[in-house]
Design a protein around this ligand. Structure first.
Ligand SMILES: Nc1ncnc2c1ncn2[C@@H]1O[C@H](COP(=O)(O)OP(=O)(O)OP(=O)(O)O)[C@@H](O)[C@H]1O
Length: 212
């Protein structure tokens, strides 16, 4: 029997400020599957991920995900600067009703940095912390925007292992990345095929935000 999808995207149009970038995007994602979003800069990969994550509404279509929701890792790592690495992970773990951060520290090789204030980490170390956070959420669906930015080759390998283990344990991931992580389970979706003509659409609810 085929497992129920963790994510179902049906006829979704996404954009910003009333302008549609991608239209009629449709795919399902089941446990163990990864979808890699590809396409040129500015085509709308981030906008699609943010829309799936619920950070902005779709302009059309339907997004349905499993009840436990998703963990989103965007360009910002969402790190609390004055907390240590361990405290950051504990903070997120508690939000998700969990307390064991040791596997997350180990997965992204953060044990030696555990007691360092996050504000003193390098860019790549911060990114490792941002990715370790995914583990402590316990969420099965990961939405990842350029997860390997700032990572060195070894850390990219650690992240690939983390992602592979997640998929093998019944998780799923949608990720925008130009790097081949060597995930056998991944299928590639070139979102350019959904590029919407540059037509102005009326903003349905006035929702938008400043360029950040
Ligand atoms: N806050 C914003 N307000 C208005 N337009 C925006 C905003 N953020 C991004 N855009 C525009 O939205 C379009 C899609 O951007 P998006 O970041 O989704 O593309 P992307 O495919 O992720 O690009 P990249 O590969 O460069 O990360 C671009 O034309 C961009 O200039």
């Amino acid at each position: 029997m085929t497992a129920e999808p963790l994510l179902s995207v049906a006829g979704v149009t996404v954009g910003r400020g009333g302008i549609a970038f991608l239209g009629q995007v449709s795919f399902d994602l089941r446990p163990g599957e990864a979808l890699v979003l590809r396409g040129p800069n500015g085509v709308g990969k981030t906008t699609l991920l943010r829309t799936i994550a619920g950070l902005q509404p779709p302009m059309a279509g339907r997004i349905v995900m499993a009840e436990d929701g998703a963990a989103y890792a965007g360009h910002a790592d969402g790190i609390k600067a004055t907390l240590t690495v361990r405290e950051n992970l504990l903070f997120w773990a508690r939000i998700h009703g969990r307390s064991d951060v040791a596997p997350a520290l180990a997965a992204m090789d953060l044990e030696a940095l555990a007691d360092r204030p996050a504000q003193n980490l390098s860019a790549g170390q911060k990114r490792r912390l941002g990715l370790a956070r995914l583990l402590v959420t316990g969420r099965r669906l990961w939405l990842l925007d350029e997860p390997t930015v700032s990572l060195d080759t070894r850390s990219v390998g650690l992240f690939a292992q983390l992602a592979r283990a997640h998929l093998r344990s019944g998780g799923a991931a949608v990720m925008a990345t130009h790097i081949d992580l060597g995930l056998d389970e991944a299928r590639i979706l070139d979102v350019s095929q959904y590029r919407a003509s540059a037509m102005a659409m009326p903003a349905t609810d006035g929702f938008d935000e400043a360029f950040a």
